[in-house]
Design a protein around this ligand. Structure first.
Ligand SMILES: NC(=O)c1ccc[n+]([C@@H]2O[C@H](COP(=O)([O-])OP(=O)(O)OC[C@H]3O[C@@H](n4cnc5c(N)ncnc54)[C@H](O)[C@@H]3O)[C@@H](O)[C@H]2O)c1
Length: 371
């Protein structure tokens, strides 16, 4: 095990916590989580895929801490009322008390569902995130947004509930399918694009090594991403303003995810990456950023072997008006106006409701015509 363990502190008064990042942290789980416990017991929610790969190692790392576990089916469909109900009832059966801790061992699906379960169980128990996907390590495990989907849309039911600790073991990323890893990388790129041009430049140089398994590069990227998210969440925990910056690429991305039925035709992080490229295209057409910026974004996604255009999405898509209608259902609609995250350059994103709808339409129409 590499000795390097990085810590990012999230300084929310009364709800502060550490994000611990390092290779082999599962083996230290008892030492990391133990100090938070009032009795040597946690209840683990995980999914079946992660349970098969990493539950035994996590339990071994917990040592003498008793750790019953419930494995839910893997996949986005698990973020529903039925699975949520099963999870909460299982936690009650396990006699989880008010002062106990629930552990979410898995990707964003398990983190969101388990966090929401912890938020409502006995009117709120503490929980620890042990994120096992890159997306969960750099994004969903940090910041306290928890919840499930409704048939009407994604993440419409939920609560803000901050974890008490995030334990990001970069070693577990080794078992991720390459496509899932790269989808998470879409969120990493987003942090560079939205507020940190030097990080984007670093990713242009280090991204391929990071994808190939370079441990130091992975730890550095997770740390920088978590720092970026932590600083934004500290400024605006409940998304009254700045936190919306984290949605760079998501207005387009969510519409594409909806258009592809939230299926494996397009993973969330892939939608975000294409959405970032479109947001830069829109920014350039509006004269906000240099004409070269959208090409640079696409060139990096291309170099990483990622989807970068609507042309990279298999199967049929709605026409431009159909996509705009899907965008209008986005949670970011406020007073009937669609808000976009645009950029004055790489690393200089801002929130606006001032995008010209005709321009949005023509960018989408051109991108669709290129398919
Ligand atoms: N709360 C937030 O702030 C926030 C932010 C971004 C995304 N999200 C949510 O996160 C979810 C997506 O998260 P995700 O991409 O992690 O999806 P996921 O949890 O479904 O994980 C993707 C797949 O990888 C598998 N997996 C997980 N860890 C693995 C490992 N180490 N090795 C092998 N396979 C592994 C899972 O079983 C699953 O099949 C979405 O529901 C999205 O809404 C939440």
């Amino acid at each position: 095990m590499s000795a390097t363990v990085e810590t990012v502190h999230v300084a929310l008064p009364g709800r502060e916590y550490d994000i611990r990042i390092g290779e082999g942290l599962l083996a230290r789980a008892g030492a990391e989580i133990g100090p938070l416990l009032r009795r040597p017991r946690v209840a683990i929610l995980t999914d079946e895929t992660v349970a098969a790969l990493h539950l035994a190692a996590f339990r071994a790392g917990l040592g003498d801490i008793e750790a019953p576990a419930q494995a839910l089916p893997a996949g986005e469909a698990t973020k529903c009322w039925a699975q949520f109900g099963c999870a909460v009832e299982w936690l009650i059966e396990q006699k989880v008390e008010r002062r106990d801790i629930v552990v979410a061992l898995g990707g964003g699906v398990i983190g969101d569902l388990a966090g929401f379960a912890a938020a409502v169980l006995r009117r709120g128990v503490r929980f620890v995130q042990v994120p096992t996907t890159l997306l969960a390590q750099v994004d969903s495990s940090v910041g306290g947004k928890t919840g499930i989907n409704s048939p009407q849309g994604k993440n419409l039911i939920g609560a803000f509930h901050q974890p008490s600790l995030v334990l990001a073991d970069t070693g577990v990323l080794g078992t991720l399918a390459p496509r899932d890893f790269l989808a998470g990388y879409g969120e990493v790129v987003k942090y560079g694009l939205l507020g940190d041009a030097a990080f984007f430049e670093w990713l242009e140089a280090q991204g391929p090594a990071l994808a190939a398994g370079d441990v130091a590069a992975r730890i550095a990227a997770v740390k920088r991403s978590c720092e970026a998210k932590a600083r934004i969440v500290e400024r605006d925990e409940t998304e009254q303003g700045d936190r919306a910056l984290l949605n760079l690429g998501h207005t387009f991305g969510h519409a594409l995810e909806a258009a592809t039925g939230y299926s494996d035709r397009l993973l969330h992080g892939e939608g975000v990456a294409i959405g970032c490229a479109l947001a830069f295209e829109l920014s350039a057409r509006m004269g906000l950023c240099a004409q070269e910026d959208p090409s640079r974004v696409r060139a990096h996604l291309d170099a990483m072997g990622m989807k970068k255009d609507l042309a990279d999405i298999p199967g049929d898509l709605p026409d431009a008006d159909g996509l705009i209608a899907l965008m209008a259902q986005d949670k970011k609609v406020q007073d009937g106006r669609l808000r976009f995250i645009l950029a004055r350059g790489i690393g200089e994103a801002f929130v606006t409701a001032e995008a010209d709808p005709a321009l949005v339409r023509s960018i989408l129409a051109e991108a669709l015509a290129a398919r």
